[in-house]
Design a protein around this ligand. Sequence first.
Ligand SMILES: Cc1cc2nc3c(=O)[nH]c(=O)nc-3n(C[C@H](O)[C@H](O)[C@H](O)COP(=O)(O)OP(=O)(O)OC[C@H]3O[C@@H](n4cnc5c(N)ncnc54)[C@H](O)[C@@H]3O)c2cc1C
Length: 414
Amino acid sequence: MKKYLERAKEIDVFGQYEVIVTGGGVAGLVAAIASARNKAKTLLIERFGYLGGTATASLMININGFRNQVEPDTLQTVKGIAQEIILELHKINGLGKSPYPQKEYDIEKGELSYSYCIDPEKFKYIALKLVHESGVDILFHTYFSDVIMEGNNLKGIVVENKSGRGAFFSKVFIDATGDGDVAARAGAPFWEAKPSDYALKDTIMYKISGIKDEEFGNCRYGDSSVVWGPGYGWGQNDMWKISKAEIQSRLKVFKHFNRVLKLNPQLIQAGAYLAETPPLIGIRQTRFIEGEYKLTAENAIEGRKFDDVIAISSAPIIHYYGYRRYLEHEGYDIPYRCLIPKAIDNLLISGRCISSEQEPFESHRSMAPVMAVGQAAGTAAALCTIHAVKPREINISLLQKTLINQGQELRKNI
Ligand SMILES: Cc1cc2nc3c(=O)[nH]c(=O)nc-3n(C[C@H](O)[C@H](O)[C@H](O)COP(=O)(O)OP(=O)(O)OC[C@H]3O[C@@H](n4cnc5c(N)ncnc54)[C@H](O)[C@@H]3O)c2cc1C
């Protein structure tokens, strides 16, 4: 590619924080809540005008992974803030029945089942309410664009928004962009699936409304249902590739809808219509940031436990083996080291791009474990500011104790 030397210029310093979370998807919003509740002055930066990321901006309204989908499923492996969100949604009638076969647990007793379908508007509301009430400053319509480094230390980030280009400085940063944008710009090593690899394809979800038939499944809420639409490629972290993915999938949406109508003639009688395509194609996987530890397929299959556990995933590996491979145990541990990028200080990774091989990723990418990882990242970042340490120097027992005291399940007594 040809190069152009951009003119160096003075930019405004927009603010100084203790913890800055970039990305307001489920990983980022939970991280921000956890950070603020643990008394850190926290900023959350998000490119859209609402929270939820893939859950709302891509209409992926099925939250999986609170426990194993099949036996052994007696342990609820994700609790904490993720559970609080589900219980808040339940109070305002914001949950629908999951399309996945599973044993139903009694939510009235505070016990969660494997999966829930969410009303995306109610999810946006509850997420915003909890983040706002926790005291986080929220900056919407703002794009992370660059890093300010001092050696290996991430000192600040540069953002772009309606006010122009400016810098934020912070003691600790959390990259919850899903794509590892901050870590990659900071120079952290990462890997991406190659075209020959077995990777999860991107898919456009879309909403059908005006449904009367109770039997029309998928992700159902009210008179609407969200369906998995056309897919196109993967790894859309390139300006042309993502544009092509949007074009190719959106051009096929009505054809796909007509097929759904043909297979479900009751929808035609009810007058069901294609009500909405979301702002962003559902992007399943892009970069994986290399961390101090990389989760392996073996770890997931054997149900490995780690001394530095900060979350548990019990969700199935959905695709890699060519079938939905359920775990034969109650979950495997996600170690704290998967959140620490190699080579960079002052940065934690949260969400789908933590350090992992493809196979375990296809399990812990489910939104319940993603939120558990978010809670750990936010709590760790806040503890770093309180004890003036870097993320890789944290007292792991203190982090685990704090997570357990704040409701998270770690299968440990500390
Ligand atoms: C088609 C599809 C089907 C799926 N099915 C399921 C399912 O059935 N059940 C389940 O539990 N999970 C499912 N998943 C997986 C799950 O939705 C994701 O793994 C999870 O939502 C990822 O959350 P995240 O917060 O890590 O990332 P994201 O949701 O990607 O959030 C990242 C956030 O960062 C923001 N952002 C990104 N870059 C920037 C930037 N440069 N500046 C500012 N903001 C930025 C984005 O706008 C977004 O809000 C599915 C995913 C897809 C795509």
